[in-house]
Design a protein around this ligand. Structure first.
Ligand SMILES: Nc1ncnc2c1ncn2[C@@H]1O[C@H](COP(=O)(O)OP(=O)(O)OP(=O)(O)O)[C@@H](O)[C@H]1O
Ligand SMILES: O=C(O)c1ccc[n+]([C@@H]2O[C@H](COP(=O)([O-])O)[C@@H](O)[C@H]2O)c1
Length: 193
């Protein structure tokens, strides 16, 4: 069993997220993708965040692929920190191969995530291209520190077999959508916090 972990604020979810999920399913050879709606990104302003229940409901409406499972179990864990989530997931699911999935813009701040080196050492990471961040791997502290652990994109389909640290950068169709632009275009459309 190969499972992709795709964490996000999804505030709101959009077609760009769906594209990332579909690319990950196909290119990484995933059996499932867990669309993990965070209780709150520790690096983002909570004032801008719609309630978890509405971000879950909107995600479920958007992600109809039966191999995509929308979940918010980090809320139950009581922690928004990815390092802790991954340690929990790993200990609870022996025998399952996990891959952490993120958009290329995430590389810019990855070294500010709590215990980021431990994240890199827990599961392989697939970075999916995003407009404006195609070259983020050149300057990211994470990718520079772990340059030796880069896996060729041609081997994305066997990334799950590689012991962490291992990461790859996946190119493909791109979407310029962002939750920020949607919030700005439809300021009244999200439920009040
Ligand atoms: N258009 C996109 N292309 C590629 N990756 C994306 C895209 N939109 C979001 N992602 C990735 O999806 C994950 C969740 O992103 P998030 O929910 O923060 O959306 P966002 O559009 O970046 O939101 P915001 O504009 O509020 O920061 C992150 O890993 C992010 O990099
Ligand atoms: O663990 C951290 O310190 C940390 C810091 C920033 C972001 N994250 C996680 O990164 C994922 C993407 O967040 P976002 O807000 O960019 O969609 C989401 O699962 C967050 O919980 C995690």
């Amino acid at each position: 069993m190969i499972v992709g972990l795709f964490g996000g604020s999804f505030n709101p979810p959009h077609e760009g997220h769906l594209l990332v999920a579909e690319i990950a399913l196909r290119r990484l050879g995933l059996d499932q993708l867990w669309w993990m709606v965070t209780p709150g990104n520790p690096l983002k302003n909570p004032m801008d965040l719609a309630p978890l229940s509405s971000r879950i409901a909107m995600s479920e409406q958007l992600a109809r692929n039966p191999r995509i499972k929308v979940t918010a179990f980090e809320k139950t864990l009581g922690s928004p920190y990815t390092a802790l989530t991954l340690a929990h997931v790993k200990s609870r699911n022996p025998g399952v191969h996990f891959i952490w999935i993120m958009g290329a813009d995430g590389l810019r701040t990855f070294h500010r995530w709590q215990r980021w080196r431990s994240i890199v050492s827990t599961f392989p990471i697939a970075v999916i291209d995003r407009p404006g961040s195609t070259l983020s791997f050149l300057s990211s502290k994470m990718t520079r520190s772990f340059e030796w652990a880069r896996v060729d994109e041609d081997d994305a389909g066997i990334l799950w077999r590689k012991p962490a640290p291992a990461w790859t950068f996946v190119h493909g169709p791109r979407s310029a959508l962002s939750s920020t632009s949607l919030r700005q275009a439809r300021p009244g459309s999200l439920p009040d916090c």
